[in-house]
Ligand binder design. Structure first.
Ligand code: SF4
Ligand code: FES
Length: 259
């Protein structure tokens, strides 16, 4: 049986490693747009200074503030890995996912601004009311529609047919696109890019038979024709979806009725 022993060098190890990890830390300021309707009708900026590893993400900084400085700071997050879409926010004026944004990539020498996404009612701090966004999503019927009897075997689809809507299957419903759209900011009635992306996903699916219905829904005055092709949505999408291209394809399908 062997017995572990500590010599001088071993005992110095943990101290060294603690000092090394501390040496990675930088001091940064997060400037957060705060709003609490129970306290004030007005939103205001609040600065938080913290020591943090620049390789950490904005979400880690928000957690550190919530856990160590101000437990009332309110924001959504779930997966912390770019999958659930719940932590879209405006970081340095641009829509991003907090869990996918490294501090070192957004100039941590200057105060980093964090605000709620635009065009949706702010409920508290960084949390907005997502209901209008999800209502538009529900309105385009984002599910497979088929007529007739259930098939007795799987519905075949060629690789080429699958490819036609591959890009739009990647949506995580984060609302970064819709809330970056100036048309949506104006009155909030426009369906918005995310709903159109999710309609596209089924309109161009060769197994689906509800394309005409979805196109009629999007032919509405608040549908695709409100798009002004500003490309904000494509720039904002954390999944790299070519949102503007998908909207253009839906417009074309409406004109040609070929999809
Ligand atoms: S299209 Fe992109 S930005 Fe828009 S909701 Fe889907 S994942 Fe988010
Ligand atoms: S927390 Fe899920 S996408 Fe960021």
């Amino acid at each position: 049986m062997s017995t572990a022993t500590l010599d001088k060098n071993d005992s110095a190890g943990p101290v060294d490693s603690a000092e090394n990890s501390a040496s990675h830390l930088i001091t940064l300021t997060l400037r957060i747009r705060r709003f609490n309707p129970e306290v004030s009708e007005d939103a205001q900026w609040q600065d938080f200074t913290l020591k943090i590893d620049p390789k950490d993400r904005v979400l880690d900084a928000l957690h550190q503030i919530k856990w160590e400085q101000d437990g009332t700071l309110t924001f959504r997050r779930s997966c912390a890995h770019g999958i659930c879409g719940s932590d879209a926010m405006r970081i340095n004026g641009r829509n991003r996912l907090a869990c996918k944004t490294l501090l070192k990539d957004i100039n941590p020498e200057k105060p980093i601004t964090v605000e709620p996404i635009k065009g949706l009612t702010v409920l508290k701090d960084l949390v907005v009311d997502m209901e209008p966004f999800f209502q538009a999503y529900r309105d385009v019927m984002p599910f497979l529609i088929t007529n007739g009897n259930e098939p007795t075997r799987e519905r075949y689809q060629s690789a080429a047919d699958r490819e036609r809507f591959d890009d739009t299957t990647k949506c995580i419903l984060c609302a970064a696109c819709t809330s970056s759209c100036p048309v949506f900011w104006n009155d909030g009635q426009y369906f918005g890019p995310a709903a159109i992306v999710n309609a596209h996903r089924f309109i161009f699916d060769s197994r689906d038979e509800g394309g005409e219905q979805r196109l009629e829904i999007l032919n509405d005055r608040d549908g695709v024709w409100r798009c002004r092709t500003t490309f904000n949505c494509t720039d904002a999408c954390p999944r790299g979806i070519e949102v503007t291209k998908a909207i253009q394809e839906v417009k074309r399908a409406l004109i040609t009725r070929r999809f």
